[in-house]
Design a protein. Structure first.
Lengths: 150, 108
């Protein structure tokens, strides 16, 4: 599989970064990822989808996984090819059961101010899988079908 | 992201300009929740220049909506760009908020 830019990547095309648990740290990592997405010629819809899912996954990792503990880190890895964007985000928390998260689109949950992150990740990416413990998520966005899935 | 506020008729109009991402949440909280707490309970969010919105910012909008409603007011959304409208539809928040095509109709 061809890759658009490999200067920061290992031989398998993955770029790996370790972020401190600070929300301000998200922006630079997001900028680097999206630069690769744009460089590979993905359209605005894909750019938006990847940005949204990436941001939601890292926020979840910092807030719910690491509980904003500055001693903990978030490990992220991404690989951008002309066909797909893959992202892995892992925190140092105890994990969780994604199935236990209430459906934020249910009428009774619409007034809740939080709990929409995982649903957005699932809606905007083509594949979202959590590790058995739940402290690592792997997401894939394919070039085709870049809007949210209904 | 920045916010631009203005009074239009009976409404406090808050234009959200740029990306309503996690780093913008504090600014958004101040602009919306601060306004409600200051007694401005009829709020229109002008989303015409909002190019991105995350769940954190959605949470601020929901909190402002609940606070304004509790004080007899409202938070209306106006003129979202297609990508932001899609997020509102995906989360079904378009069923919670009234979404208007422009600020003028949101104020009426």
């Amino acid at each position: 599989m061809a890759h658009c830019r490999i200067d920061n990547a290992d031989a398998s095309g993955w770029t790996e970064k370790v972020l401190p648990t600070r929300l301000e740290a998200i922006r630079a990592a997001e900028r680097d990822l999206l630069a690769e997405v744009d460089e590979c010629g993905y359209g605005e819809d894909c750019h938006f989808a990847v940005r949204l899912a990436f941001e939601e996954s890292v926020i979840n990792a910092m807030r719910h996984g690491n509980r904003m503990d500055p001693a903990k880190r978030v490990r992220l890895a991404y690989r951008v090819s002309p066909e797909r964007v893959e992202i892995r985000v892992a925190d140092e928390g105890a994990g969780f059961d994604p199935a236990s998260v209430p459906d934020p689109t249910a009428d009774e949950n619409l007034r809740r101010p939080c709990g929409r992150g995982i649903m957005l990740m699932r809606s905007y990416m083509d594949e979202v899988t959590f590790s058995p413990v739940g402290n690592e998520v792997h997401m894939v966005k394919c070039r085709t079908g870049c809007g949210p899935r209904r | 992201m920045e916010t631009r506020v203005r009074e239009e008729g009976p409404c406090h109009v808050v234009a959200i300009v740029g990306s309503a991402d996690v780093n913008a949440s504090a600014t958004l909280r101040e602009a919306l929740l601060g306004a409600v707490e200051a007694g401005k309970t009829r709020i229109v969010c002008d989303l015409s220049e909002t190019d991105f919105i995350c769940s954190d910012a959605l949470g601020v909008l929901v909190r402002a909506f609940l606070k304004a409603r509790a004080r007899g007011g409202f938070v209306h959304l106006a003129h979202p760009q297609a990508s932001v409208r899609q997020v509102l539809e995906t989360t079904r928040l378009d069923h919670l908020f009234e979404v208007f095509p422009d600020v003028a109709s949101a104020i009426k």
